[in-house]
Design a protein around this ligand. Structure first.
Ligand SMILES: Cc1cc2nc3c(=O)[nH]c(=O)nc-3n(C[C@H](O)[C@H](O)[C@H](O)COP(=O)(O)O)c2cc1C
Length: 337
C-alpha cells in the first residue's frame, strides 16, 4: 500500500477525530476533508438509517475521502436490581433539578453492530475506524472486499500488536491525554502519546496514527517525527463553527484551564476524559457501559436544552486550554503551518 497520506490523497497529515453524539456533524466532517485533512463521522450512536443519511449528507458536501467510526461490539452485562437502584439514586437529584423523573433503565436496545456495519458498507467511505476492541474476521473481510481501509484503536503496545495480527490497515495510538472514551480493552496504562508512538514505531509494521493532546503544529510535528504517519485531533476541533458542540459545552471549553479534565465513568459506564463537573464529582457507582449511558441520556438531553454544563458529559483532552474557536479549515491549518 502507498503511504497512508498518499493513499487517502490528503494535503495535511491530520485526521478529525470521530466524535459520536452529534459533534462530528456532516458539515464538520466535510469541511475537514475539503480542506485537505481526513474528516471522520462518529456514527457509534446512530441507527443504520441515520448512518445512511449522515453518510449521504457528507457525500453531498465533499467528494474527498472521509472516515466513518463505530464502537466494536461489547459483551452483554446484566446488573443486579440493587446496582440499578444505586446508580439511579445517584442520578435522581440531577434529574430533579431539571424537572425530570428519576432515571429508569428501559429496554432500549443498543444499535446492532452488524446492521450498523451494513449501512457503512452501503455508504462506502474511504475508511472505517473503530474503537473499544477488535472486529471479527468476517467484518474486516467485508470492508476489505470493498476497498475500505480498516483502522483500529489501541491504548498500548499489546493492543496494537493484536490489531496488527488481525490484519487491519492502520492503528490509532490513543495516549492518556486524549479526550473522550478510552478506546482500549486490556489494562490501560494511560501512556504518554509521544512515548507510545516511539515505542510502537519500533515494533509495529502497519501505519500509525497518533492521538491525544495534539493541539498545535508543534505537537503534530513531534508525533510525525516519532514515527506516526498521521495525527488524529478531537479536542482541537470541539469549538469549530461546524461542530455540533452545544452552547453550554462550548462555554465550558472556552473557560477551561489546564488540569480541569478528569477520567470518569459517571456518564457512560466506560472510562472517558472530560471536564470536571457536578456529575463527575457526584456519581460514584455507575452501571457498566452501555447501561449507564442509557441511564444518563435524558439528563444529558435536558441539560443541553437548559444550558446546564453541570450535568453534561463535557469530553475534552488534557490540551483543552489550548483550544480555539474558528472554522474547521482555520483550525486544521493551525495544526500544520
Ligand atoms: C467529544 C469527543 C468524542 C469522541 N468520540 C469518539 C468516538 O466516537 N470514536 C472514537 O474512536 N474516538 C472518539 N473520541 C476520541 C478521539 O478519537 C481521540 O482519541 C481524541 O480526541 C484524541 O485526543 P484529543 O481530544 O486530545 O485530541 C472522542 C473524543 C472527544 C473529545
Amino acid at each position: 500500500m502507498l503511504p497512508l497520506m498518499q493513499h487517502l490523497n490528503l494535503r495535511l497529515p491530520t485526521i478529525l477525530a470521530p466524535m459520536a453524539g452529534g459533534i462530528s456533524t456532516p458539515e464538520l466532517v466535510a469541511a475537514v476533508s475539503n480542506a485537505g485533512g481526513l474528516g471522520s463521522l462518529g456514527a457509534a450512536y446512530l441507527t443504520p438509517a441515520q448512518i445512511r443519511e449522515a453518510g449521504a449528507a457528507v457525500q453531498r458536501l465533499t467528494r474527498r475521502p472521509f472516515a466513518v467510526n463505530l464502537f466494536a461490539p461489547q459483551p452483554n452485562v446484566t446488573p443486579t436490581a440493587s446496582e440499578v437502584e444505586r446508580a439511579a439514586a445517584e442520578l435522581a437529584p440531577f434529574h430533579a433539578s431539571l424537572g425530570l423523573h428519576p432515571p429508569e433503565l428501559t429496554a432500549q436496545a443498543d444499535p446492532d453492530f452488524g446492521l450498523q456495519l451494513e449501512a457503512v458498507l452501503e455508504v462506502r467511505p474511504a475508511v472505517l475506524s473503530f474503537t473499544f476492541g477488535r472486529l471479527e474476521a468476517q467484518h474486516l473481510e467485508a470492508l476489505k472486499s470493498l476497498g475500505i481501509l480498516t483502522v483500529g484503536t489501541a491504548t498500548g503496545l499489546e493492543e496494537a500488536q493484536q490489531l496488527e495480527t488481525d490484519g487491519i490497515d492502520a492503528i490509532v495510538l490513543q495516549g492518556g491525554a486524549a479526550g473522550g472514551h478510552r478506546g482500549g480493552w486490556l489494562e490501560d496504562e494511560l501512556a504518554d502519546t509521544l512515548t507510545l508512538t516511539r515505542a510502537a514505531a519500533k515494533s509495529i509494521r502497519v501505519p500509525l496514527i497518533a492521538a491525544g493532546g495534539l493541539m498545535n503544529a508543534a505537537d503534530v510535528r513531534a508525533v510525525l517525527d516519532a514515527g506516526a504517519s498521521l495525527a488524529q485531533c478531537g479536542t482541537a476541533f470541539l469549538r469549530a463553527t461546524e461542530a455540533g458542540t452545544s452552547a453550554p459545552y462550548r462555554a465550558a471549553l472556552a473557560a477551561a484551564k489546564t488540569g480541569d479534565t478528569v477520567l470518569t465513568r459517571a456518564f457512560s459506564g466506560r472510562t472517558a476524559r472530560g471536564l470536571r463537573n457536578a456529575v463527575t464529582e457526584g456519581v460514584q457507582q455507575p452501571l457498566p457501559y452501555p447501561l449507564q449511558n442509557a441511564l444518563t441520556r435524558s439528563m444529558r438531553a435536558a441539560g443541553a436544552k437548559a444550558g446546564r454544563a453541570d450535568v453534561l458529559s463535557l469530553w475534552a483532552g488534557e490540551g483543552v486550554a489550548h483550544g480555539r474557536a474558528g472554522t474547521a479549515a482555520e483550525i486544521l491549518e493551525s495544526l500544520w503551518n
